[in-house]
Design a protein around this ligand. Structure first.
Ligand SMILES: [Mn+2]
Length: 356
């Protein structure tokens, strides 16, 4: 079924006559438009794509399934939408409460006084949770590109170079190998900085004996990958090696519990319980993972209190980690595609701590 028809089913179910889509990712998902300024307005009868002269040519090339309308002034948006509301006899219009600008919300309320505006939190996000085979293929390639770039970067990682240089090399290699960009600012957190789960690469220089947490991802044809590798430099202590093994085993426990129909909270609990047995759960300070797709963080989130169930076609990260403030950090992250009887693991197995 076309995405727009899936959205219309959701609208029917929620008794919403029309929906105003301004979130760039949702807009792209529904229309194919990759530019930065446009609005979609969808009812049961119409699907309108509104943009200005700067994006008209691009929209003509990319957009499918929508009536293209050029707007010259901000007021034009609402004139066109008001007409569609009248023609489709829409009484309730949904807006994207998580990302819509407050100024847009005020405008739409002002220009559509006769309709009820309802704040929706995930009409399109809900559709995006389940990936088609084509989308899975793009994510698989995004993982491969990131992983190849990582392998190509390894020989350049040595004592004395900075975290920022590592990030720069890795990002360069991803681009050369076919990435449209980084999925997010690359994290390189070495030694003590490793205890910050989101320690973006700094000027700190790498030293022998340190663990280095590198979290990176590529965008391929609009889809993201998200991997974390923890590697060692020089001689790595027994304690660090033991902790690494436990985190790896926690990741494996989590992954082996994932399949369609299982509660979304199960894999986090599996990983957390295993860390607990090893007295390390207190240092696992975030949820186990999150959905990936056109956005680097999307539905579903994977924590020990998350409601809902795994469904075939969800793509999520599995990334247990431990963070010892002032000392070191370890995180191991792979992406998985949820299947009927298990899951497909993307990215190489991390059983062995790689020491350079
Ligand atoms: Mn992640």
């Amino acid at each position: 079924m076309e995405r727009i028809d899936q959205l219309r089913e959701v609208l029917t179910r929620k008794k919403i006559g029309g929906v105003f889509i301004s979130n760039p990712t949702n807009r792209n998902y529904l229309s194919g438009f990759t530019g930065s300024t446009a609005v979609l307005f969808v009812t049961q009868k119409s699907a309108i794509f509104l943009t200005d002269a700067r994006y008209l040519e691009q929209a003509k090339r990319e957009v499918r399934g929508f009536e293209l309308r050029e707007v010259k002034t901000a007021a034009d948006y609402y004139k066109i939408i008001s007409n569609a509301v009248r023609q489709s006899e829409v009484k309730v219009v949904g807006v994207e409460a998580k990302t819509m600008l407050l100024s847009q919300y005020e405008s739409i309320k002002k220009h559509l006084p006769a309709v009820k505006i309802v704040r929706e939190k995930g009409l399109v996000e809900e559709l995006r949770e389940i990936k088609t085979e084509e989308e899975c293929g793009r994510i698989r390639t995004a993982v491969k590109v990131a992983e190849r770039a990582f392998d190509k970067t390894l020989p350049g990682i040595k004592p004395g170079i900075s975290e920022m240089e590592v990030a720069a090399l890795l990002e360069y290699n991803m681009r050369v190998l076919g990435a449209e960009g980084n999925a997010f600012p690359t994290i390189v957190a070495s030694g003590k900085r490793g205890s910050m789960p989101h320690g973006v690469a700094s000027e700190k220089k790498l030293q022998k004996g340190e663990l280095i947490v590198i979290d990176f991802g590529a965008i391929y044809k609009g889809y993201c990958s998200d991997l974390t590798r923890t590697i060692g430099l020089g001689i790595i202590s027994r304690l660090n090696r033991d902790c690494y093994r436990v985190v790896y085993e926690a990741q494996q426990k989590a992954i082996s519990s994932i399949k369609s129909g299982v509660s979304l909270s199960v894999p986090d609990k599996k990983a957390r319980n295993y860390l607990k047995k090893n007295k390390m759960d207190k240092f696992f300070s975030h949820g186990l993972g999150h959905g990936i797709g056109m956005d680097i963080h999307e539905n579903p989130s994977i924590g020990n209190k998350t409601k809902g169930y795994f469904k075939t076609g969800m793509v999520i990260t599995v990334e247990p980690g431990v963070y010892y403030t002032g000392n070191f950090g370890i995180r191991i992250e792979n992406d998985v595609i949820v299947k009927k009887n298990g899951c497909e693991i993307l990215g190489a197995d991390q059983r062995k701590l790689l020491v350079l």
